[in-house]
Design a protein around this ligand. Structure first.
Ligand code: NDP
Length: 338
C-alpha cells in the first residue's frame, strides 16, 4: 500500500520534501468480522489550504495535527472494497475523510458520505459537491444574505471556493469583482465564471486604489479568502451595513505569527458585520445545498474548473502549490480513476 507520510512538522512555507512517498506493508482486502470499518480504494484526493495548519506541531488550527511518520489525512472520493459498517457496502462510492494512500481502512467512519448521484464527474465530490462547495454556499448565502444589486468582492476568486462564490453572486443578481494572482486566472474569472470585473492583485501597487476603481460606491459583501493587506484595503472600502464572510486567510497560514490588521474601526463607522465560520459545523446543510446545486450543474448554469495532478506521488507538490497559486481551480489528485 503506497502512502504519503508527513516527514516532520513544518515551519513557514511547506515543501514537497516535508512529505514522502513510502510503500508500507500489503493490505488485507478483507476486514475482520468483529470490526465496524470500511476498507476503501482511494480515487481522488482533495488538496485544501486548511491542511497546512495540520502540518504544524502546535497551531491555532481547527483540527488535530498530523503525526510525523503517518499518512496525511484529508478529504477525498473512494470506492468501498469491503465493509463491516451497516451504512456502507462493497461497491459503494463515498466521499469524506480518508488518508493519502492507495487503500484506507477507516474504523468507525464519522465523516463519510455515500455518493448517490454518479451522473456527474466523481471528482466533483472533492470540490463543488464536497466541502469547498458547501463552504461557498454557507459563506455566501447564510453569512452574507445577499440582495439583488449589491456589490460583491471575492479574493482568491478562481479557486475551489471563490469560483463558486462569484457564480452564486451573479445568480443572485449582484455585481461581482474577483481578485486572483495571474492573468490566466483573471481571464477565467471574466470569461468563464462571469465575474463583472477581475484584477491581478500582484500587479496592484495600491490595493485601496484598485478597490476604489472597481467599487466607486463601496463594497456591500466581501468574501474573505486571503486576509492580510487585502483585508485592510477592503475594510476601508465597505459600505454601510456591509457584511464580511471570513472564510479563510491563506496569506497568514505560513507565518509564524499572524500579521495584525489595520482599519478594523471601519466596522464601527460603517455598521459592518464580520463573521467567521467553519464549514464542518454546517454539514447538516448538505441536502439543502445539493437541492440547489445539482440542477444548476445539470442545466449547465454553473461551471467548475478542476486542476488534476496525476498519481499519488504528485500529491505533495499539488498541496504545496496552493500556497504559491500554482493551482488553477480546484486542486485534485487522481490516485485511481476507478
Ligand atoms: P484555492 O483553490 O483558492 O487555492 C488557494 C489559492 O489561494 C491559490 O491558488 C492562490 O491563488 C491563493 N493564495 C495563495 N497564497 C496567497 C497569498 N499569500 N495571498 C493571496 N492569495 C494567495 O483554495 P480554496 O478555494 O480551497 O480555499 C480558499 C480559502 O477558503 C482558503 O483561505 C481556505 O483556508 C478557506 N476555506 C475555509 C473553509 C471554512 O470552513 N471556513 C473551508 C474551505 C476553505 P492566487 O493565484 O489567486 O494567489
Amino acid at each position: 500500500n503506497q502512502q504519503i507520510i508527513l516527514q516532520n512538522y513544518v515551519n513557514g512555507f511547506p515543501k514537497e520534501s516535508d512529505m514522502l512517498l513510502i510503500t508500507s506493508s500489503a493490505i488485507n482486502l478483507n476486514l475482520p468480522e468483529a470490526s465496524n470499518a470500511v476498507l476503501l480504494k482511494n480515487l481522488y484526493l482533495s488538496c485544501d489550504p486548511y491542511m497546512r495548519g495540520r502540518m504544524s506541531k502546535s497551531q491555532g488550527s481547527y483540527f488535530d495535527s498530523f503525526t510525523p511518520g503517518s499518512p496525511i489525512g484529508g478529504l477525498g472520493v473512494a470506492k468501498v472494497v469491503d465493509s463491516t459498517h451497516s451504512n456502507f457496502k462493497k461497491g459503494d462510492l463515498v466521499w469524506g475523510g480518508i488518508r493519502w494512500e492507495e487503500y484506507s481502512i477507516i474504523n468507525d467512519p464519522q465523516i463519510l458520505f455515500k455518493i448517490e448521484d454518479t451522473d456527474v464527474p466523481l471528482s466533483y465530490y472533492t470540490g463543488i459537491l464536497g466541502m469547498p462547495g458547501l463552504t461557498a454556499y454557507v459563506g455566501f448565502y447564510e453569512i452574507c444574505a445577499p440582495k439583488k444589486g449589491e456589490y460583491v468582492f471575492v479574493s482568491a476568486a478562481s479557486g475551489a471556493v471563490g469560483q463558486l462564490v462569484g457564480q452564486f453572486a451573479k445568480l443572485s443578481g449582484c455585481y461581482v469583482v474577483g481578485s486572483a494572482g495571474t492573468k490566466e486566472k483573471v481571464d477565467l474569472l471574466k470569461n468563464k465564471f462571469g465575474f463583472d470585473e477581475a484584477f491581478n492583485y500582484k500587479e496592484e501597487q495600491d490595493l485601496d486604489a484598485a478597490l476604489k476603481r472597481y467599487f466607486p460606491d463601496g463594497i456591500d459583501i466581501y468574501f474573505e479568502n486571503v486576509g492580510g493587506k487585502m483585508l485592510e484595503a477592503v475594510l476601508s472600502n465597505m459600505r454601510i451595513n456591509g457584511r464580511i464572510s471570513v472564510c479563510g486567510m491563506i496569506s497568514q497560514y505560513n507565518l509564524e505569527q499572524g500579521e495584525g490588521v489595520h482599519n478594523l474601526s471601519q466596522l464601527i463607522a460603517k455598521d459592518v458585520r464580520m463573521q467567521g465560520f467553519l464549514v464542518s459545523r454546517y454539514f447538516h446543510m448538505l441536502p439543502k445545498y445539493f437541492e440547489m446545486i445539482m440542477p444548476l450543474i445539470k442545466q449547465g448554469k454553473i461551471c467548475y474548473i478542476e486542476d488534476f495532478a496525476e498519481g499519488l506521488e504528485s500529491a505533495p507538490a499539488a498541496l504545496v502549490g496552493l500556497f504559491s497559486g500554482r493551482n488553477v481551480g480546484k486542486q485534485v489528485v487522481a490516485v485511481a480513476r476507478e
